[in-house]
Design a protein around this ligand. Sequence first.
Ligand SMILES: *Cc1c(COP(=O)(O)O)cnc(C)c1O
Length: 415
Amino acid sequence: MLNYKFLAEHDPEVMAVVKKEMKRQIEEMEMIASENYVSKAVLEAMGTVLTNKYSEGYPGHRYYGGNQVIDEVENIAIERAKKLFSAEHVNVQPLSGSPANAAVYFAFLKPGEKVMGLRLDHGGHLSHGHPVNFSGMLYNFVQYEVDSETGKIDMEKVREIALREKPKMIVAGYSAYSREIEWQKFKDIADEVGAFTFADIAHTAGLIAAGEMNNPVPFFDVVTTTTHKTLRGPRGAMIMCKERFAKQVNRAVFPGMQGGPHDHINAAKAVAFGEALKPEFKIYAKQVVANCKVLSEEFIKRGYRVISGGTDNHLIVVDMTSKGLLGKEAEVILDRIGISVSRSTIPNDPNPPMNPSGVRFGTPAITTRGMKENEIRKIAEWINDAIEQKEEIELLDKIRIEVKEMCERFPVPSI
Ligand SMILES: *Cc1c(COP(=O)(O)O)cnc(C)c1O
Protein backbone atom coordinates (compact mmCIF):
# COMPACT_ATOMS: atom_id res chain seq x y z
CA MET A 1 0.00 0.00 0.00
CA LEU A 2 1.15 3.56 -0.68
CA ASN A 3 2.74 4.92 2.45
CA TYR A 4 2.42 8.60 3.10
CA LYS A 5 5.20 8.65 5.66
CA PHE A 6 5.21 12.33 6.55
CA LEU A 7 1.45 12.65 6.65
CA ALA A 8 1.26 9.62 8.95
CA GLU A 9 3.70 11.17 11.40
CA HIS A 10 2.41 14.69 11.13
CA ASP A 11 -1.33 14.07 11.28
CA PRO A 12 -2.29 10.54 12.26
CA GLU A 13 -5.97 11.49 12.46
CA VAL A 14 -6.21 12.47 8.77
CA MET A 15 -3.85 9.64 7.78
CA ALA A 16 -6.15 7.12 9.47
CA VAL A 17 -9.02 8.24 7.29
CA VAL A 18 -6.94 8.24 4.11
CA LYS A 19 -5.81 4.72 4.96
CA LYS A 20 -9.40 3.56 5.35
CA GLU A 21 -10.23 4.94 1.92
CA MET A 22 -7.15 3.29 0.39
CA LYS A 23 -8.27 -0.02 1.87
CA ARG A 24 -11.76 0.47 0.46
CA GLN A 25 -10.36 1.24 -2.99
CA ILE A 26 -8.07 -1.78 -2.84
CA GLU A 27 -10.68 -4.27 -1.65
CA GLU A 28 -13.81 -3.12 -3.41
CA MET A 29 -14.88 -2.93 -7.01
CA GLU A 30 -15.55 0.48 -8.49
CA MET A 31 -18.27 0.45 -11.14
CA ILE A 32 -19.31 4.09 -10.91
CA ALA A 33 -19.08 5.24 -14.52
CA SER A 34 -17.46 8.61 -13.71
CA GLU A 35 -14.64 7.18 -11.59
CA ASN A 36 -11.18 5.87 -12.38
CA TYR A 37 -7.77 5.31 -10.78
CA VAL A 38 -4.98 7.72 -11.71
CA SER A 39 -1.40 6.55 -12.16
CA LYS A 40 1.31 7.00 -9.57
CA ALA A 41 2.88 9.71 -11.71
CA VAL A 42 -0.40 11.66 -11.77
CA LEU A 43 -0.72 11.27 -7.99
CA GLU A 44 2.82 12.51 -7.49
CA ALA A 45 2.33 15.49 -9.80
CA MET A 46 -0.68 16.54 -7.70
CA GLY A 47 1.50 16.47 -4.61
CA THR A 48 4.24 18.76 -5.99
CA VAL A 49 5.33 22.20 -4.78
CA LEU A 50 3.53 23.75 -7.74
CA THR A 51 0.60 24.09 -5.32
CA ASN A 52 2.52 26.95 -3.66
CA LYS A 53 2.40 29.26 -6.66
CA TYR A 54 -0.01 32.01 -7.67
CA SER A 55 -0.24 32.50 -11.41
CA GLU A 56 -3.38 34.43 -12.38
CA GLY A 57 -3.33 35.01 -16.11
CA TYR A 58 -1.95 32.86 -18.91
CA PRO A 59 1.52 31.75 -20.07
CA GLY A 60 3.51 34.88 -20.93
CA HIS A 61 0.83 37.15 -19.42
CA ARG A 62 0.73 36.68 -15.65
CA TYR A 63 -0.28 39.04 -12.90
CA TYR A 64 2.39 37.70 -10.52
CA GLY A 65 6.17 37.36 -10.78
CA GLY A 66 8.13 34.14 -10.78
CA ASN A 67 5.95 32.26 -13.22
CA GLN A 68 8.54 31.16 -15.82
CA VAL A 69 8.37 27.54 -14.69
CA ILE A 70 4.60 27.55 -14.30
CA ASP A 71 4.34 28.84 -17.88
CA GLU A 72 6.31 25.83 -19.05
CA VAL A 73 4.06 23.39 -17.21
CA GLU A 74 0.87 24.96 -18.48
CA ASN A 75 2.23 25.02 -22.03
CA ILE A 76 3.09 21.32 -21.89
CA ALA A 77 -0.47 20.54 -20.78
CA ILE A 78 -1.91 22.73 -23.55
CA GLU A 79 0.27 21.28 -26.31
CA ARG A 80 -0.49 17.69 -25.30
CA ALA A 81 -4.22 18.38 -25.10
CA LYS A 82 -4.15 19.96 -28.57
CA LYS A 83 -2.47 16.88 -29.94
CA LEU A 84 -4.84 14.47 -28.20
CA PHE A 85 -8.02 16.08 -29.51
CA SER A 86 -6.79 18.00 -32.61
CA ALA A 87 -7.86 21.21 -30.90
CA GLU A 88 -7.05 24.71 -32.16
CA HIS A 89 -7.14 26.32 -28.72
CA VAL A 90 -7.10 24.84 -25.21
CA ASN A 91 -7.62 26.37 -21.77
CA VAL A 92 -6.53 23.91 -19.06
CA GLN A 93 -7.40 26.12 -16.09
CA PRO A 94 -11.03 25.18 -15.29
CA LEU A 95 -11.16 23.67 -11.82
CA SER A 96 -13.81 21.08 -12.66
CA GLY A 97 -16.48 20.19 -15.19
CA SER A 98 -19.28 22.39 -13.90
CA PRO A 99 -17.10 25.53 -13.64
CA ALA A 100 -15.82 24.83 -17.18
CA ASN A 101 -19.40 24.73 -18.43
CA ALA A 102 -20.21 27.91 -16.53
CA ALA A 103 -17.29 29.60 -18.29
CA VAL A 104 -18.56 28.44 -21.70
CA TYR A 105 -22.04 29.86 -21.18
CA PHE A 106 -20.46 33.03 -19.82
CA ALA A 107 -18.21 33.29 -22.88
CA PHE A 108 -20.90 32.75 -25.52
CA LEU A 109 -24.22 33.92 -24.04
CA LYS A 110 -25.94 36.70 -22.20
CA PRO A 111 -28.05 35.73 -19.18
CA GLY A 112 -31.56 34.79 -20.28
CA GLU A 113 -30.57 33.60 -23.73
CA LYS A 114 -31.92 30.33 -25.02
CA VAL A 115 -29.94 27.06 -24.91
CA MET A 116 -30.92 23.50 -25.81
CA GLY A 117 -29.73 20.65 -23.59
CA LEU A 118 -30.68 17.05 -22.84
CA ARG A 119 -32.93 16.53 -19.79
CA LEU A 120 -31.09 15.39 -16.67
CA ASP A 121 -33.38 12.39 -16.18
CA HIS A 122 -32.73 11.35 -19.80
CA GLY A 123 -28.95 11.30 -19.28
CA GLY A 124 -27.98 14.98 -19.35
CA HIS A 125 -25.98 16.79 -16.67
CA LEU A 126 -27.16 19.26 -14.00
CA SER A 127 -25.15 21.96 -15.75
CA HIS A 128 -27.14 21.43 -18.97
CA GLY A 129 -30.08 23.46 -17.75
CA HIS A 130 -31.56 21.80 -14.68
CA PRO A 131 -33.66 24.28 -12.67
CA VAL A 132 -31.70 23.72 -9.40
CA ASN A 133 -28.39 24.46 -11.17
CA PHE A 134 -26.91 27.87 -12.11
CA SER A 135 -27.39 26.92 -15.77
CA GLY A 136 -31.15 26.56 -15.40
CA MET A 137 -31.38 29.69 -13.27
CA LEU A 138 -29.34 32.03 -15.50
CA TYR A 139 -30.22 30.81 -18.97
CA ASN A 140 -33.44 29.95 -20.73
CA PHE A 141 -33.01 26.23 -21.34
CA VAL A 142 -35.28 24.17 -23.53
CA GLN A 143 -34.68 20.50 -23.06
CA TYR A 144 -34.68 17.66 -25.56
CA GLU A 145 -35.20 14.00 -24.72
CA VAL A 146 -34.23 10.53 -25.80
CA ASP A 147 -36.80 8.55 -27.76
CA SER A 148 -38.98 6.55 -25.36
CA GLU A 149 -38.93 3.46 -27.62
CA THR A 150 -35.25 3.27 -28.58
CA GLY A 151 -33.65 5.11 -25.64
CA LYS A 152 -31.56 6.97 -28.23
CA ILE A 153 -31.51 10.60 -29.26
CA ASP A 154 -33.80 11.16 -32.20
CA MET A 155 -32.08 13.78 -34.36
CA GLU A 156 -35.32 14.58 -36.22
CA LYS A 157 -36.90 15.61 -32.92
CA VAL A 158 -33.82 17.62 -31.99
CA ARG A 159 -34.13 19.44 -35.31
CA GLU A 160 -37.84 20.10 -34.80
CA ILE A 161 -37.22 21.65 -31.38
CA ALA A 162 -34.29 23.69 -32.69
CA LEU A 163 -36.32 25.06 -35.63
CA ARG A 164 -39.19 25.95 -33.30
CA GLU A 165 -37.15 27.41 -30.43
CA LYS A 166 -34.22 29.00 -32.31
CA PRO A 167 -31.69 28.55 -29.47
CA LYS A 168 -28.44 30.53 -29.31
CA MET A 169 -26.55 27.37 -28.36
CA ILE A 170 -27.05 23.60 -28.57
CA VAL A 171 -25.40 21.33 -25.98
CA ALA A 172 -24.57 17.71 -26.73
CA GLY A 173 -22.55 15.22 -24.66
CA TYR A 174 -23.98 13.55 -21.56
CA SER A 175 -23.56 11.81 -18.20
CA ALA A 176 -25.75 8.74 -18.59
CA TYR A 177 -26.04 8.03 -22.31
CA SER A 178 -24.45 4.88 -23.67
CA ARG A 179 -24.55 5.58 -27.40
CA GLU A 180 -22.40 7.29 -30.00
CA ILE A 181 -23.44 10.90 -30.59
CA GLU A 182 -24.14 12.21 -34.08
CA TRP A 183 -21.96 15.30 -33.79
CA GLN A 184 -22.20 16.15 -37.49
CA LYS A 185 -26.00 16.19 -37.37
CA PHE A 186 -25.93 18.46 -34.32
CA LYS A 187 -23.59 20.77 -36.19
CA ASP A 188 -25.87 20.81 -39.27
CA ILE A 189 -28.93 21.62 -37.14
CA ALA A 190 -27.06 24.35 -35.25
CA ASP A 191 -25.92 25.88 -38.55
CA GLU A 192 -29.49 25.83 -39.81
CA VAL A 193 -30.74 27.89 -36.85
CA GLY A 194 -27.58 29.95 -36.26
CA ALA A 195 -26.70 28.38 -32.89
CA PHE A 196 -23.30 27.78 -31.30
CA THR A 197 -22.32 24.13 -30.90
CA PHE A 198 -21.12 23.08 -27.45
CA ALA A 199 -20.01 19.48 -26.71
CA ASP A 200 -19.50 18.34 -23.12
CA ILE A 201 -17.40 15.17 -23.38
CA ALA A 202 -16.75 14.87 -19.62
CA HIS A 203 -17.54 11.16 -19.62
CA THR A 204 -16.15 9.95 -22.92
CA ALA A 205 -13.03 12.13 -23.39
CA GLY A 206 -10.64 9.21 -22.83
CA LEU A 207 -12.48 7.07 -25.37
CA ILE A 208 -12.49 9.94 -27.86
CA ALA A 209 -8.79 10.68 -27.33
CA ALA A 210 -8.05 7.02 -27.99
CA GLY A 211 -10.11 7.00 -31.19
CA GLU A 212 -12.75 4.65 -29.78
CA MET A 213 -15.51 7.24 -30.22
CA ASN A 214 -16.06 10.10 -32.62
CA ASN A 215 -14.39 13.41 -31.81
CA PRO A 216 -16.51 16.59 -31.91
CA VAL A 217 -13.52 18.93 -31.41
CA PRO A 218 -12.63 19.43 -35.10
CA PHE A 219 -16.04 20.83 -36.00
CA PHE A 220 -17.80 22.03 -32.81
CA ASP A 221 -17.34 25.64 -31.70
CA VAL A 222 -16.48 24.72 -28.13
CA VAL A 223 -15.91 21.52 -26.17
CA THR A 224 -15.43 20.95 -22.44
CA THR A 225 -14.26 17.88 -20.64
CA THR A 226 -13.41 16.84 -17.14
CA THR A 227 -9.96 15.31 -16.86
CA HIS A 228 -10.76 12.71 -14.18
CA LYS A 229 -13.26 10.33 -15.78
CA THR A 230 -12.27 8.11 -18.73
CA LEU A 231 -9.34 10.45 -19.40
CA ARG A 232 -7.85 9.13 -16.12
CA GLY A 233 -6.21 12.34 -14.93
CA PRO A 234 -6.54 14.53 -11.84
CA ARG A 235 -9.86 16.08 -10.85
CA GLY A 236 -10.26 19.06 -13.12
CA ALA A 237 -11.42 20.14 -16.55
CA MET A 238 -10.47 21.97 -19.72
CA ILE A 239 -12.08 23.88 -22.55
CA MET A 240 -11.21 23.40 -26.22
CA CYS A 241 -12.42 25.76 -28.92
CA LYS A 242 -11.87 27.21 -32.36
CA GLU A 243 -9.10 29.79 -32.47
CA ARG A 244 -11.61 32.57 -33.19
CA PHE A 245 -13.22 32.03 -29.77
CA ALA A 246 -9.93 31.72 -27.85
CA LYS A 247 -9.96 35.24 -26.40
CA GLN A 248 -13.52 35.17 -25.14
CA VAL A 249 -13.10 31.69 -23.64
CA ASN A 250 -9.88 32.64 -21.86
CA ARG A 251 -11.43 35.84 -20.54
CA ALA A 252 -14.47 33.94 -19.27
CA VAL A 253 -12.29 31.53 -17.27
CA PHE A 254 -9.98 34.25 -15.94
CA PRO A 255 -10.80 36.90 -14.82
CA GLY A 256 -14.46 36.05 -15.51
CA MET A 257 -15.03 33.01 -13.31
CA GLN A 258 -11.84 32.00 -11.54
CA GLY A 259 -8.81 33.43 -9.81
CA GLY A 260 -5.49 31.60 -9.73
CA PRO A 261 -5.18 28.29 -11.56
CA HIS A 262 -4.24 25.14 -9.63
CA ASP A 263 -0.78 24.67 -11.08
CA HIS A 264 -0.08 21.34 -9.36
CA ILE A 265 -3.26 19.95 -10.89
CA ASN A 266 -2.33 21.36 -14.28
CA ALA A 267 1.00 19.53 -14.01
CA ALA A 268 -0.94 16.34 -13.29
CA LYS A 269 -3.19 17.06 -16.30
CA ALA A 270 -0.04 17.30 -18.44
CA VAL A 271 1.12 13.92 -17.10
CA ALA A 272 -2.27 12.30 -17.77
CA PHE A 273 -2.39 13.74 -21.31
CA GLY A 274 1.09 12.34 -21.88
CA GLU A 275 -0.15 8.93 -20.78
CA ALA A 276 -3.22 9.20 -23.01
CA LEU A 277 -0.96 9.88 -26.02
CA LYS A 278 0.77 6.52 -25.56
CA PRO A 279 -0.26 3.36 -27.46
CA GLU A 280 -1.12 1.60 -24.15
CA PHE A 281 -3.94 4.04 -23.59
CA LYS A 282 -5.56 3.04 -26.88
CA ILE A 283 -5.49 -0.58 -25.74
CA TYR A 284 -7.00 0.46 -22.41
CA ALA A 285 -9.84 2.45 -24.03
CA LYS A 286 -10.65 -0.40 -26.42
CA GLN A 287 -10.87 -2.79 -23.48
CA VAL A 288 -13.12 -0.39 -21.53
CA VAL A 289 -15.65 -0.52 -24.38
CA ALA A 290 -15.27 -4.27 -24.96
CA ASN A 291 -15.84 -4.90 -21.24
CA CYS A 292 -18.92 -2.72 -21.21
CA LYS A 293 -20.43 -4.50 -24.20
CA VAL A 294 -19.98 -7.84 -22.42
CA LEU A 295 -21.51 -6.43 -19.23
CA SER A 296 -24.51 -5.23 -21.21
CA GLU A 297 -24.96 -8.59 -22.96
CA GLU A 298 -24.73 -10.46 -19.65
CA PHE A 299 -27.48 -8.31 -18.15
CA ILE A 300 -29.73 -8.63 -21.19
CA LYS A 301 -29.23 -12.41 -21.20
CA ARG A 302 -30.53 -12.51 -17.62
CA GLY A 303 -33.67 -10.51 -18.37
CA TYR A 304 -32.60 -7.00 -17.36
CA ARG A 305 -33.75 -4.06 -19.45
CA VAL A 306 -30.65 -2.14 -20.57
CA ILE A 307 -31.60 1.36 -21.76
CA SER A 308 -31.11 1.68 -25.55
CA GLY A 309 -30.50 -2.08 -25.67
CA GLY A 310 -26.72 -1.89 -25.37
CA THR A 311 -23.72 0.41 -25.38
CA ASP A 312 -21.09 2.03 -27.59
CA ASN A 313 -19.03 3.37 -24.69
CA HIS A 314 -18.01 2.78 -21.06
CA LEU A 315 -21.42 2.83 -19.37
CA ILE A 316 -24.88 1.31 -19.31
CA VAL A 317 -28.05 2.30 -17.52
CA VAL A 318 -30.08 -0.68 -16.33
CA ASP A 319 -33.77 -0.51 -15.45
CA MET A 320 -33.91 -2.41 -12.15
CA THR A 321 -37.70 -2.55 -12.13
CA SER A 322 -37.23 -5.30 -14.73
CA LYS A 323 -36.10 -7.36 -11.69
CA GLY A 324 -38.69 -5.95 -9.30
CA LEU A 325 -36.59 -3.42 -7.39
CA LEU A 326 -35.53 0.22 -7.56
CA GLY A 327 -32.10 1.72 -8.17
CA LYS A 328 -31.38 2.68 -4.58
CA GLU A 329 -32.19 -0.79 -3.28
CA ALA A 330 -29.88 -2.31 -5.89
CA GLU A 331 -27.16 0.20 -4.95
CA VAL A 332 -27.40 -0.89 -1.28
CA ILE A 333 -27.34 -4.62 -2.14
CA LEU A 334 -24.30 -4.16 -4.37
CA ASP A 335 -22.55 -2.11 -1.68
CA ARG A 336 -23.09 -5.13 0.56
CA ILE A 337 -21.04 -7.32 -1.83
CA GLY A 338 -18.33 -4.68 -2.30
CA ILE A 339 -19.36 -3.26 -5.66
CA SER A 340 -19.95 0.51 -5.87
CA VAL A 341 -22.49 1.77 -8.39
CA SER A 342 -24.68 4.85 -8.69
CA ARG A 343 -28.44 4.81 -8.91
CA SER A 344 -29.77 6.60 -11.94
CA THR A 345 -32.99 7.81 -13.48
CA ILE A 346 -34.19 6.07 -16.60
CA PRO A 347 -35.88 7.99 -19.44
CA ASN A 348 -39.47 8.88 -18.45
CA ASP A 349 -38.83 7.43 -15.00
CA PRO A 350 -42.10 6.83 -13.12
CA ASN A 351 -40.12 7.07 -9.85
CA PRO A 352 -38.66 10.25 -8.26
CA PRO A 353 -35.00 11.31 -8.80
CA MET A 354 -34.02 10.48 -5.19
CA ASN A 355 -35.34 6.97 -5.63
CA PRO A 356 -35.11 6.30 -9.36
CA SER A 357 -35.65 3.06 -11.27
CA GLY A 358 -32.18 2.52 -12.66
CA VAL A 359 -28.54 1.87 -11.90
CA ARG A 360 -25.64 3.17 -13.97
CA PHE A 361 -22.69 0.81 -14.37
CA GLY A 362 -19.30 1.75 -15.79
CA THR A 363 -16.15 -0.16 -16.72
CA PRO A 364 -13.34 2.50 -16.71
CA ALA A 365 -12.03 1.79 -13.19
CA ILE A 366 -12.14 -2.01 -13.24
CA THR A 367 -10.48 -1.98 -16.67
CA THR A 368 -7.64 0.13 -15.23
CA ARG A 369 -7.16 -2.76 -12.75
CA GLY A 370 -6.72 -5.06 -15.75
CA MET A 371 -10.04 -6.89 -15.65
CA LYS A 372 -11.20 -8.28 -19.00
CA GLU A 373 -14.18 -10.12 -20.51
CA ASN A 374 -13.88 -13.24 -18.30
CA GLU A 375 -13.86 -11.16 -15.12
CA ILE A 376 -16.79 -9.10 -16.41
CA ARG A 377 -18.85 -12.27 -16.93
CA LYS A 378 -18.11 -13.33 -13.36
CA ILE A 379 -18.96 -9.87 -12.01
CA ALA A 380 -22.30 -9.88 -13.87
CA GLU A 381 -23.07 -13.27 -12.36
CA TRP A 382 -22.30 -12.00 -8.84
CA ILE A 383 -24.43 -8.91 -9.36
CA ASN A 384 -27.33 -10.97 -10.64
CA ASP A 385 -27.06 -13.55 -7.82
CA ALA A 386 -27.01 -10.77 -5.23
CA ILE A 387 -30.01 -9.02 -6.80
CA GLU A 388 -32.07 -12.18 -7.28
CA GLN A 389 -31.24 -13.65 -3.86
CA LYS A 390 -30.93 -10.49 -1.81
CA GLU A 391 -32.39 -12.14 1.32
CA GLU A 392 -29.66 -14.82 1.39
CA ILE A 393 -27.22 -13.19 3.81
CA GLU A 394 -24.76 -16.09 3.63
CA LEU A 395 -24.66 -15.92 -0.14
CA LEU A 396 -24.05 -12.15 -0.04
CA ASP A 397 -21.18 -12.67 2.40
CA LYS A 398 -19.69 -15.36 0.18
CA ILE A 399 -19.89 -13.11 -2.89
CA ARG A 400 -18.31 -10.26 -0.94
CA ILE A 401 -15.29 -12.46 -0.24
CA GLU A 402 -15.07 -13.53 -3.89
CA VAL A 403 -15.22 -9.90 -5.02
CA LYS A 404 -12.40 -9.07 -2.63
CA GLU A 405 -10.33 -11.99 -3.91
CA MET A 406 -10.72 -10.84 -7.49
CA CYS A 407 -9.72 -7.31 -6.43
CA GLU A 408 -6.58 -8.75 -4.86
CA ARG A 409 -5.72 -10.49 -8.14
CA PHE A 410 -6.15 -7.19 -10.00
CA PRO A 411 -4.55 -4.54 -7.76
CA VAL A 412 -5.09 -0.83 -8.39
CA PRO A 413 -1.85 0.05 -10.22
CA SER A 414 -1.14 3.21 -8.22
CA ILE A 415 -2.04 2.04 -4.70
C1 LIG B 1 -19.22 14.84 -14.59
C2 LIG B 1 -19.82 15.78 -15.56
C3 LIG B 1 -19.67 17.17 -15.41
C4 LIG B 1 -19.21 17.83 -14.14
O1 LIG B 1 -18.01 17.61 -13.67
P1 LIG B 1 -17.59 18.03 -12.19
O2 LIG B 1 -16.14 17.96 -12.29
O3 LIG B 1 -18.23 17.02 -11.28
O4 LIG B 1 -18.11 19.41 -11.93
C5 LIG B 1 -20.13 18.00 -16.43
N1 LIG B 1 -20.74 17.48 -17.51
C6 LIG B 1 -20.93 16.17 -17.65
C7 LIG B 1 -21.61 15.67 -18.89
C8 LIG B 1 -20.50 15.27 -16.68
O5 LIG B 1 -20.75 13.97 -16.83
